[in-house]
Design a protein around this ligand. Sequence first.
Ligand code: G
Ligand code: G
Ligand code: MN
Ligand code: NA
Length: 254
Amino acid sequence: LVLEEDLRHALNNDELLLYYQPIVDCVTGRVSGFEALLRWNSPQLGMVSPLQFIRLAEETGLIIPIGLWVLQEGCAFLARLYRAGYVDMLLSVNVSIIQLLQSDFVESMWAIVRDAGIPPEHIAFEITEGLLMETFEANSEKLRLLRQRGMKIHLDDFGTGYSSLKYLQNLPVDLVKIDKSFIDELEGNEHTVPLVDSIIALVHRLGLQTVAEGVETGLQHSRLACFGCDRIQGYLISRPMPEEQVLPFLKEYK
Ligand code: G
Ligand code: G
Ligand code: MN
Ligand code: NA
């Protein structure tokens, strides 16, 4: 069980870190960027998954300083990639609805990206669709402002929320991440094949791009490529990795 004081201690004592999972372009076969995924390296508990502490962080408000740290650290990572010669990578960071609801959300995110000297076009915010819809008007205005400044908005876990299609047409987003649960069923459930094909076609007709999440097999990859999916992410390419493995991975990946 994780307690508030443990989490506060973790934040203040540099026990949080980011892992990075590559995202690959289906057409070029190249790495187009990385998703930053939070981890807590606890001396007592070992490596703790965000599934075990994000909710507590949201309930206690600690998600605010944690979210600022995630973007700062992610930008610093991207700057190190630039210096190593990788100058066109997109970094995606997950954003909690609690962060988005803060009145200074847009300004605080923008300040971090600007101060890091990162081109705003190289930062994407991943937002889970379900929660977004509950306070739609206020949220979409903030997303619009971020996009005006060049930053990207990715709709995460698409297909798991209840109002996905109704809102998709009006949401200011650039890209839709098709939830892993659909990808899992690409093998085995005959109905999922035409469903995923149609989701990708629909998203494209709305002028947005697609990423498939949780791609684990070559068959899933080839089906998604046939459907015109723009990018894939999953264990087939790589598990999320600590930063020290990223440059060796990029050098080796064709
Ligand atoms: O990497 P992993 O599968 O353990 O992530 C589990 C969940 O935690 C996912 O839903 C992911 O979106 C979420 N998550 C990972 N990193 C962050 C983060 O930095 N901020 C927020 N709000 N959620 C995150
Ligand atoms: O909610 P979000 O999409 O941000 O969470 C992504 C989560 O999915 C992370 O916890 C990440 O570790 C996990 N993940 C990424 N790729 C795969 C995969 O191919 N298989 C499985 N089982 N999990 C994955
Ligand atoms: Mn995500
Ligand atoms: Na997701």
